[in-house]
Design a protein. Structure first.
Length: 606
């Protein structure tokens, strides 16, 4: 994809570092990447274009809108990723009338205004970096929660590697060795500057009471910008490179946001003190709670940081005692850049797709296609004759069927939306019954339709054993063993339905990952085709199932009865429409109408 990162930088911030890290990942993944900003302070290999993104007057803003729009068209941009309020505002107006996806990462708490509540300037999807920002966007701005995707800052784990606390740190606290080295990292303007001044002033009192020798290292600011009187301060250059080697020279760090994350990864004790509040020493017990505020940057005391003396005294006594290794492992799981890059890339694709096709695509769910009506409690079949009537109706209405692999080509920008069907329809079948090949496939070929089949990875399963618990349930045969090669010459595209039809929400996270990965790999080996979509058995899923599905490399995860109002609002919990034996032309019309998903949601709240 052609991706453009839009910032409004006049000095280095965590937002630009985040952008630069993503850019490196995106270029490595063969995307074409551009960066537009007032200024550039974090090195990367994107084509950089300087522009007055943040301006002082309406005339200059209007000029920037037209200049930026020209860039979007000339560079054939498919997705804009904005990283500040000024950037989002510029992108919002410049994109009008263009079929370009637009995503904003929200790095901080937003100023509430009537205009922002009425007019969401942040694009197709908002990506807050912590839970507190997400809560504000939903509760204070009343933005659509389906378009808000909380994703943490991505950190390059190769740059920030764990190292155990040196034994000398304990000796320093006792005053038996050299000075304690404490770093305060952050820019020298706004609330970060106030935070630094407060911390040096107040924490130095605690150190002096303990009769411990110390040095403060202020990193990221110039001496003349601070109002601090303390002889134990060393000012480091703004151009210092933050990595493992740099962090490991300190005994204690004070910071917030990315600084806290990087410190934790390196195994250096860190006090979370940001633009909003003093939280204190990060430990394994408070890590998840602190993470919700981006380690002190997000809170009600916005831009007015307050010190907590009693907490700071406790922090000093305990900072050499925390389990830094356990903390580092937890942090690396949450902030791994590789994982976050994939999540961001998926949101880009969803944004691009929704911008080009913003209607609901009906996805119908079939199971058995028998010759005659079936007895038993499970009404998940359509007779062969009725199925042909369905296909005739779809043909008469002008529907064109798609599979999820075909959908993916449009979503990733590999196929022009000029070729996208005017009336798309997706037919799906679960389990892989014999009558799907015998009865359904010839009819699909006759009417030139395709369908998605979700197969079990265990090729030895011969029948629907999972239904046998129900009284009156009939045994129905699946295609098994070497006969499964018939799927490769059919009009069915193969997806995964797990290994043996287990209920995934009942598994722990590692079991979920194994089920998803194992079934995917086995089907790919058996059919020598990529497997990109998973259908949850029984339609049962939850947030953890969706997370595991994405982590396992699937592009979609399907369930029933719930999900986004559009496929791309929640691609790992995709809503499907149940099809029953007694469907008629009126019910089929209703279930394939573009308004049906919203109607179902309003009726069922699911």
């Amino acid at each position: 994809m052609n991706i453009l990162h839009l910032l409004s930088q006049n000095q280095l911030t965590g937002a630009e570092v985040y952008s630069a890290d993503l850019i490196r990942q995106q270029i490595a993944a063969s995307h074409v990447v551009f960066q537009v900003s007032n200024g550039f302070f974090a090195k990367n290999d994107a084509e950089q274009i300087q522009l007055d993104v943040e301006t002082k007057s309406f005339f200059l803003f209007l000029k920037s809108v037209f200049q930026f729009r020209k860039i979007l068209i000339q560079k054939n941009i498919q997705v804009i990723h904005a990283h500040s309020r000024a950037a989002s505002k510029l992108a919002f107006y410049a994109r009008i009338g263009l079929k370009i996806g637009f995503v904003s990462t929200v790095h901080g708490r937003q100023h509430v205004s009537v205009s922002k509540k009425i007019n969401n300037i942040y694009g197709d999807f908002l990506v807050p970096v912590c839970e507190n920002i997400s809560d504000q966007l939903i509760n204070e701005f009343k933005y659509n929660p389906r378009r808000i995707k909380m994703i943490e800052n991505g950190i390059d784990l190769n740059k920030f590697k764990f190292q155990k606390i040196a034994q000398t740190t304990v000796q320093k606290i006792s005053g038996k060795n050299e000075k304690i080295k404490i770093a305060i990292i952050g820019r020298d303007s706004g609330p970060k500057k106030i935070r630094t001044e407060i911390f040096v002033s107040e924490f130095s009192k605690i150190l002096m009471e303990q009769k411990v020798d110390y040095d403060f290292y202020i990193i990221g600011g110039d001496r003349e910008n601070y109002c601090i009187e303390n002889k134990n301060i060393i000012y480091e250059s703004k151009s210092v490179v933050l990595n493992s080697d740099y962090y490991h020279q300190f005994d204690l760090i004070c910071g917030s946001g990315r600084v806290c994350i990087e410190s934790i990864l390196c195994g250096v004790p860190v006090i979370a003190f940001g633009e909003a509040q003093y939280l204190g020493l990060v430990t394994i017990d408070n890590y998840h709670q602190f993470k919700e505020t981006n380690f002190g940057d997000i809170g009600q005391n916005f831009n007015n940081p307050k010190f907590n003396e009693s907490q700071a005294q406790s922090d000093y006594k305990n900072f050499s005692l925390i389990d830094t290794e356990k903390l580092s492992i937890a942090c690396s799981h949450d902030f791994d850049l590789n994982t976050i890059h994939r999540k961001i890339e998926r949101i880009y694709q969803s944004s691009f797709f929704i911008r080009n096709y913003s209607k609901w695509i009906p996805i119908l769910m079939y199971h058995k296609i028998p010759d005659i009506d079936l007895n038993g409690p499970h009404k998940i079949y359509v007779t062969k004759n009725n199925f042909e009537k369905h296909l005739k109706f779809f043909k008469f209405c002008g529907f064109t069927t798609l599979t999820f692999n075909e959908l993916s080509l449009f979503r990733r920008g590999l196929k022009s939306f000029d070729e996208f069907p005017k009336k798309p329809l997706i037919l799906t079948f679960d389990d892989g019954y014999s009558d799907n090949i015998v009865n359904a496939d010839p009819l699909l070929k006759k009417y030139n339709f395709s369908a998605q089949i979700f197969l079990l990875a265990d090729s030895k399963i011969e029948s629907n054993t999972w239904d046998q618990w129900a009284t009156g349930s009939e045994k129905h045969f699946l295609i098994s063993g070497t006969d499964r090669h018939q799927w490769t010459t059919s009009n069915f595209e193969i997806g995964s339905h797990g290994s043996s039809h287990q209920k995934m929400p009942e598994m722990n996270f590692e079991q979920k990952l194994f089920e998803l990965n194992d079934s995917k790999n086995k089907l790919q080996i058996e059919f020598k085709k990529s497997i990109s979509v998973f259908a949850f058995t029984y339609g049962l899923t939850n947030t953890e199932c969706a997370e595991a599905c994405q982590k396992s490399g699937y592009e979609y995860g399907l369930n029933t009865d719930r999900g986004g109002l559009l496929i791309e609002e929640n691609p790992y919990s995709v809503f499907r429409v149940n099809i029953f034996p007694n469907e008629n032309l009126i019910s089929l019309f209703k279930k394939t109408s573009k308004w049906y998903r919203k109607y179902y949601y309003l009726k069922r709240r699911a």
